[in-house]
Design a protein around this ligand. Structure first.
Ligand code: LMR
Length: 333
């Protein structure tokens, strides 16, 4: 073999090696991290697991979805930033936690806006609701779906909890939302913004006296063990928006994006069908555990709570938009 054919063979060899490694790279599954702050046995926890199962089935060898529950990877304080930095690809914060990114989504925090979860669902499927999924793309966040949790209940470390006067002067943990802050101030209580992962300890040590949450969140975090009374107020909603980094999403190969979209649709239907069942199951478990008393309210009691919280709407009407509030109210019919 002369010198030039040796050189040709060497060049050929290295191009083949290069082609092989490029191919191997192309076939490396894309790692997708899905981080959230609640337990696996909650509507969001179950939705994330379902998303992983369906995505990996539809895109075999192409994606590897890793779910991190319970603030293991990122808690409330960091998860939105982490998506924007590309440290995690999917998160599903409660709708209360977006107020640094858009004022519109604060709509969902207005007390007694929706009569029930069916109304919330109708609104989310309306044109106005769907448009909110894209209300943060200019900030780099793309909304892919709404996931349900359920209606919020109010709980304290006191024996009496039927009327607003029962919470005057009490300290309440709230999510990072200015509407929720105004809601508790309106009731004469002292709200304190705290990450979800810190709530149990804050209740246990008396840093706060109470909190508002869904049955499934209270049960899975054992809040009922460190609260005395949980009133069935249904005064608001805790739902989620699954968001991703808009740039990362747009840069995905088309087949992968389509597969993930389908997986998200399936996971959404699954989680949303399960949410009511899990909250009902956990409401019963809390009653059976007999640690905190579950306080039923009369229609009159609920009407007084509603009236007391009403001024909050006026305060946020401007930033949220009356058109959006009207559209949400229409979903109650
Ligand atoms: C909370 O922070 O209270 C909840 O919104 C947590 C969650 O994600 O359900």
């Amino acid at each position: 073999m002369n010198l030039s054919s040796t050189r040709i063979l060497t060049i050929l060899g290295s191009s083949i090696a290069l082609a092989f490694s490029a191919n191997a790279l192309a076939q490396q599954p894309i790692t997708i991290k899905f981080s959230h702050v609640v337990a696996d046995a909650t509507p969001k926890g179950q939705g994330a697991i379902k998303f992983k199962e369906v995505a990996e089935k539809l895109l075999p060898g192409k994606v590897n979805v890793q779910v991190f529950p319970n603030s293991q990877l990122f808690g409330d304080a960091k998860e939105l930033e982490a998506v924007l930095l590309g440290d995690v690809q999917f998160i599903a914060p409660s709708l209360s936690k977006f107020d640094r990114y858009t004022k519109k989504v604060q709509l969902f925090d207005l007390p007694f806006l929706f009569d029930d979860m069916a109304a919330v669902d109708r609104f989310q499927h309306s044109e106005h609701g769907k448009a909110l999924l894209n209300s943060m793309t200019n900030r780099g966040l793309k909304g892919l779906a709404y996931w349900h949790n359920g209606m919020k209940q109010l709980a304290t470390n006191k024996d009496k909890l039927t009327r607003p006067e029962d919470i005057k002067g009490l300290k309440f943990r709230i999510q990072a939302s200015d509407v929720l802050e105004a809601q508790f101030r309106q009731l004469g209580a002292n709200p304190q913004k705290l990450a979800f992962s810190e709530v149990y300890q804050a209740l246990q040590t008396g840093v706060v006296d109470g909190q508002e949450n869904t049955w499934s969140n209270m049960y899975s975090q054992k809040f009922h063990e460190v609260q005395k009374t949980i009133a069935n107020t249904n005064h608001g909603v805790i739902d989620y928006m699954v968001v991703t980094n808009a740039k990362w999403w747009d840069g995905l190969p088309a087949d992968i994006r389509t597969g993930l979209e389908t997986a998200m649709q399936e996971a959404t239907v699954f989680a949303n069908n399960l949410a009511a069942e899990l909250n009902e199951r956990d409401r019963k478990r809390i009653i059976e555990a007999d640690k905190a008393k579950v306080q039923e309210l009369t229609k009159e009691d609920v009407a007084v709570w509603r009236k007391s919280m009403e001024p909050v709407w006026k305060k946020f009407e401007g930033p949220i938009g009356t058109d959006l509030i009207q559209a949400a109210l229409k979903s109650n019919n």
